[in-house]
Write a protein of this length. Sequence first.
Lengths: 430, 92
Amino acid sequence: MSFVKGLRCRECGREYPKEVVYVCEYCFGSLEVTYDYAAIKRVLTKEKILSGPKSLWRYRELLPIDGDPTCGLQSGHTPFFKANNLAKALGVKELYVKDDSVSHPTLSFKDRVVAVALSKAREFGFDTVACASTGNLANAVASHGAIGNFKRYVFIPADLELGKIIGSLVYGAYLIGVEGNYDEVNRLCTEIAAKYQWAFVNINIRPFYAEGSKTYGYEILEQMGWRAPQNIVVPIAGGSLISKIWKAFKEFHDLELIPELKTKVYAAQPQGCSPVVTAIKEKSEVIKPIKPKTIAKSLAIGNPADGYYAMDTVRKTGGWGEEASDQEIIDAIKLLASTEGVFTETAGGVTLAVTKKLIEQGKIPKNESIVVSITGQGLKTQEAVQNHVGGAKVIKPNLAAFEACFHQDQKSEERGQKTEGESKKLSSIL
Amino acid sequence: MSVKVRIPTPLQKMTKNQAEVTCQAATVTQMIDQLEKEYPGFKDRLCEKDGKLRRFVNIYINDEDIRFLQGEKTALKSGDEVSIIPAIAGGV
C-alpha cells in the first residue's frame, strides 16, 4: 500500500511520476515526493505509530516506498533525552539531545536515508548501489548494502578521517577515494550516474532517499510527548536534513498528531564552510559557493545543493544561523562528552558550539525548550580531538606506582586551584 | 574559440541525444546564446527570464565552477571543456 502520488519540482512545480528521475528536466530544480495526505490521515494515528516497529519504519505511511521495507529494519528509534548537565552548563532550562551517534548499524543519521533509499532501489529493480559521500553516507551504503546483498560503489574525498575510510572498507564495498573535495566528488558522481545504471542514493534516488531524514524529526516529536520544541539547532552540509526535519514537523502538525507548531529552526555550519549561514546573516538571496577549509569534514560542502531550502526553512520559522571555529568545535565535542556522556563527531561539535553561541547572543531564549541535533559518532573523527584530550598516565603494574602518580596529580590539582584562587584575588585587587 | 560542451541527461533530448557537442564562443554567455541558436529552447532551460543562470544549474570550465571564475562572463579558449551539471545533495 503506497500513499505516494508522485514527484514535484520544488522550483517550478512540474509533476513527474515516481520514477528514477532526480532533477526537474525543465529547470534542474530538485524533486520532492508528494503524498496523499487525506488518505494518510484516515489511517495514521498515534496508536498506530506506537504499535509499530521500534525503528524508523513505524512512520512507514509517510515514507516513499510501495511495498514492505527491505532495508534498515533496525535503524532509527534512537535515544532522545533531557540533558540536565548540559542545560546547566549553558544556563538554560529545558534542553534535549536527539542522539543519532548510536544509530544502527553505522552510527549516524545516514542510516535513516539509506534505509529508505535501498528499500526504494530494490523496488526499482537495481542490483548495484552507489553514493558520493563525506563519510557517514559511505559507511551507511557500505553496511546496509551488504545486508541487502547489493553491489556497492562508494566515492569519497581521499583525505577523509581513517574511521570513515575503514568504516566503509570493512563491509566489503568498492571504495574510491577521489583527489578533491566533496563538491568535486559529487560532480564526478553526477557524470558517472548518467553513464552507469546504478542506484546512486544521493543522485538518482535522491528524492526518495532524502525523505528518510524526516524520521529524525518524527522521533523528536513523538519522544517529546507528541509536541514540538520551541527551538531546534541542525547542522548543515548539503542542506537537506534541516528542511526535511521541518517537513516532518509540518506533516505531524497537519495530521493533527501534535497540537501546535511554533518551532524556530537554526542552522549550524563550521566557520571554514558556511555558505548558507553567511547568506542568512547577510540577508542575501544568493548563496555563494566556497572552497571548504574545516575540521568538520562531514559538513565540508562548499556548494550545498539544498542550501536555498535550508535558508528558506530558517527564515520562515524565524530562526537564525551561526558558525563555529575549529577550536569551538573541539570544545563543544568535549563539553557534550563531559556533561552528557555522548561522544559526537565534528558535525555534532558544530551544532552544540552554535547552540551555545545562539544562547549567549540571546537569539535562543534561555527559558524555552531547545533540541540539539546530534547526527554522528565521535569515534569516527578521532583525529579532530586526539591532541586536545590529554593522554593516559602510563605506570608500572604495582600499587606504589599508582599512588605516586595519583598523589602527584592530586597535589598539582590543588596547586592549580590555589593558583587560580590567587590569580582571582590578584585580579580583584588590580 | 571551439569548446566542447558536455550536455546533462535532461537536456540531451534537445541535442539529438548527443552527450557532447562543440560550440564556437568566447564567453559562457556567448556559448549559451550559440547553443540556443543550434538547439532552440536551450537557453530557457538554463536561464531565468532575465538571462541569469538558474540557481540549480552549475557550469564548470575544465573542472572549475564558473562562480569561482568570472561567472557567465568567464572567457573561453579553444579546447576548453565545459560541463553543465545539476546541483546534487549530500553530506553530514
